[in-house]
Design a binder for this molecule. Sequence first.
Ligand code: IMP
Ligand code: MG
Length: 178
Amino acid sequence: MERIEVMISEEEVDKRIREIGEQITKDYAGKEILLICILRGGSFFMCELAKRINLDVKIDFMSCSSYGKGTESSGHIKIIKDLEEGIEGKNVIVVEDIIDSGRTLSHLMDLLKSRQPESLALCTLLDKPERRVVEVPVDYIGFQVPDYFVVGYGLDYDQRYRNLPYIGRVHIDDEVLK
Ligand code: IMP
Ligand code: MG
């Protein structure tokens, strides 16, 4: 039997997103920012974050594949959907659900940097530092989580559980998913 154990409650997640929104509002005072949502996992976080930033905010979306059906990064990254508009001269913040091995983001940040934005920052809801294989500088982190496979708030397990309003870990029978 599969069940989800709450690790970070809805209230905690919402509170932390407000704090990050306030921080970004201060850090980018007087500027317009472009949030780039990494689909599909970053979508729930980006929508909530955008509402907490008190500046001119534009949004765009990008999708790349790194994971197959399981829980391990394949190391192969493919751009499935690119941005609608150019980012040259813009203040860009990439919004991601989780940084695990760092492979996806390291590749993506290099690609975006080559398009010459005015500034480029990375904001992630969750960070799993124990799993890092490739170093990626992260500017805003919601929560650091231990090495469990987590779901909710955009994160999926075989496409399920993205819609949970909290972060949880998956129990299958008596085992916790890693
Ligand atoms: P990375 O390239 O290993 O950093 O993988 C990042 C991507 O893997 C994230 O954007 C997620 O889509 C997925 N991912 C990594 N860890 C988890 C997890 O614990 N739960 C759900 N998805 C995860
Ligand atoms: Mg993702």
